[in-house]
Design a protein around this ligand. Sequence first.
Ligand code: GLN
Length: 303
Amino acid sequence: MDLDVVLDQIHAELQPVIGSGKVADYIPGLADVDPRQFGMVVAMNNGDVHATGDADTAFSVQSISKVLSLALTIEHSDDEIWRSVSREPSGNPFNSLLHLDQEGGRPRNPFINAGALVVTDRLHHMTGDASAAMRDFVRRESGNDLVDGDPAVARSEAEKGHRIAAMAHLLASYDNLVCSVEDVLEQYFWQCSLSMTCREVALAAGLLARNGARADGTRVLTTSQSKRINAVMLTCGTYDAAGEFAFRVGLPAKSGVGGGILAVIPDVCTICVWSPGLGPSGNSAVGMAALDSFTTRTGWSIF
Ligand code: GLN
């Protein structure tokens, strides 16, 4: 199978719908992104990279960063994080406060906003600088020493981030933050604002397709820890659309409101697709269709 051909076929098939969906405008820094963009990259475990469309245009990774912060947190403290965060799908929007109060400040999973705040808090506490730890990691794995957060996007989210600030304070009220609310929010907004291309995201997440090993073979996670992250991506990575996503695509995945989706085929490859228009659950509408088409055409799914 020629994956370059497969990707070009998917791009052509989706041409009529590219631009559909709604760009995330609740973060002012994302409101002006042109929705008629589409990129897709498959990074194979053997180092081959296949790409189509706007594969080298940087976009705001937003919640895709939650996978990387979780991986680094587990690297630093083994499985400690699971004492403070559960791993059940929430069935609620990613920014919902409902379960958090009902369930005593223990977030349902690390990929909804409440859980990601706890993960970032622990990473910041353990490393002294969560953004530096993440920046170093993504630069090394993506091979681009210039990857960084976008201060304008981070600032615009901070200015409008009343809901996430409320969530951080609620976590603190339940003693589920170690660092200050201000520090956690600053780190969280920075990681969400990371500006990366599909190629860089696919490469940076390669450890999840390699059972926890970096591209150079050195280990970040044990095989079991890597499999567990993939399991949580499958059940919780696309929020209240995780069931629909597993049904249509059949891969562990993590989306972000910048329109990117990272998917993992364990032992084979990582895939990153980006198209800014979102569906109702905050996942890229065209990105989901592209992954649906990819797993249908290739027969590559975990099922
Ligand atoms: N920064 C965004 C937020 O906190 C990330 C959400 C997302 O990508 N799903 O709302």
